[in-house]
Design a protein around this ligand. Structure first.
Ligand code: MG
Length: 395
């Protein structure tokens, strides 16, 4: 079965304030309106070819809007009416020995791959398939700004595109209708005229037709909101910890053992860096601090490796459906020298939290001889954790 998509982009878009630019070439999230549906059809595995019908004079606009793609045929020029434009497109496709064609309006940028799949599937046992939706608004017949009558909406169906057809049937119907001086605004109407049974299927509420300049502004806002939503609910937490020096021959910092003439004193392995990171993650989650989960009075925790705490906090982010976007650690110490161990620390933290290395920063500074760090009484660490949580999750 060979299927093509015919995208009609030959309109002049006068209702969308197009003194400047036809609406199919206006930008939506930086992509021309036409490009949105074009990309969706080109990416669909059941579509063998895509042909776009464009208006005379729009060649440069189209060339700037269209991608290089092996399944995209050279554009065809449209006619005076939509009907004529579609017929030109079908005539060009007739050489391609197609079984099926989906005819789509470029002004509907939000067509989904799922809808395309359903239209194609509908053609298995129908000659014509029309996606759409029931009318929910009350309909009025109006003349000169005055209501003449209320139109019963029962049984009324708002047509969307893409409309799917067996190719030979719709091509013949268009050829036959070419002599009729009627204003057909969709292809199902031409199929109806030819006596082809048109099967309706459920369309998609998001598959709107951009008609006015306000429609384009609203669509832009919707896409921007969706993009922001997809980023998630970004949260930031901070953590701070200090441990004093005591007897020993090494310090644990960010899970890395560093030889030194002192150790750090604490209930666990006294890894200030991992403690600060743990508190930063717990803070981003809006939870209690590390001491609430791992009390220093717990004999079980005596001398344990602190990666257990960070692993715990990282898993709590996961449990909330979240991801760790970034971890930033700063260690303040006069000694030992941190720099030679910086990369090992990043690797260790990235490994414990299961994040990419470029999402972990480790920095070190001295205290310039000032304060308890300056007097070499201990080491301090601060951390900032940035996480993304799904919206709307209650805690
Ligand atoms: Mg601590």
């Amino acid at each position: 079965v060979k299927t093509a998509a015919l995208i009609v982009a030959a309109g002049k878009g006068s209702r969308a304030g197009a003194a400047d630019l036809p609406k199919q070439y206006r930008l939506l999230q930086g992509r021309p309106v036409l490009r949105h549906s074009l990309d969706t059809f080109l990416a669909h595995e059941a579509i063998d070819n895509v042909l776009v019908v464009i208006a005379r004079g729009d060649g440069a606009l189209y060339n700037a809007a269209a991608p290089q793609h092996s399944r995209l045929l050279p554009a065809i020029l449209g006619g005076e009416t939509r009907q004529e434009s579609v017929r030109n497109g079908l005539a060009a496709l007739a050489r391609a020995r197609l079984d099926r064609v989906l005819i789509h309006d470029a002004a509907r940028p939000f067509v989904s791959a799922e809808l395309i799949t359903r239209v194609i599937a509908g053609l298995d046992d129908a000659e014509a398939v029309l996606p759409g939706h029931a009318i929910v608004d009350t309909l009025k017949s109006v003349e000169g700004g005055e209501v003449m009558t209320t139109v019963p909406r029962e049984g009324l169906f708002a047509a969307e595109t893409p409309q799917g057809f067996r190719f030979a049937a719709i091509f013949a119907a268009h050829e036959a209708a070419a002599g009729e001086r009627l204003e057909f605004t969709d292809d199902a109407a031409i199929a109806e005229l030819a006596g082809i049974a048109v099967r309706t299927i459920e369309g998609e509420p998001a598959n709107i037709k951009l008609t006015t300049a306000a429609d384009i502004v609203a669509a832009e806002r919707r896409l921007a909101a969706e993009a922001a939503y997809a980023l998630g609910d970004v949260r930031v937490g901070t953590g701070y910890d200090v441990h004093p020096f005591g007897p020993g021959d090494r310090v644990m910092l960010a899970g890395v053992a560093i030889p030194h003439d002192h150790g750090l004193v604490g209930h666990s392995d006294a890894d200030v860096a991992l403690h600060a990171l743990t508190d930063a993650l717990l803070g981003a989650l809006g939870e209690a601090d590390i001491g609430q989960y791992f009390p220093s009075t717990d004999p079980e925790l005596h001398g344990v490796a602190s990666e257990r705490f960070l692993d715990f906090a990282a898993k709590r982010v996961l449990a909330r459906g979240g991801t760790i976007a970034h971890l930033d650690l700063a260690i303040t110490a006069e000694a030992p020298k941190i720099a030679p161990y910086r990369e090992a620390m990043r690797l260790r933290v990235a490994g414990i939290c299961h994040v990419a290395l470029d999402r972990v920063a480790v920095k070190a500074t001295t205290s310039e001889g000032l304060g308890f760090v300056g007097r070499r009484e201990g080491i301090a660490a601060t951390a900032v954790a940035t996480i993304r949580l799904p919206f709307g999750v209650a805690t």
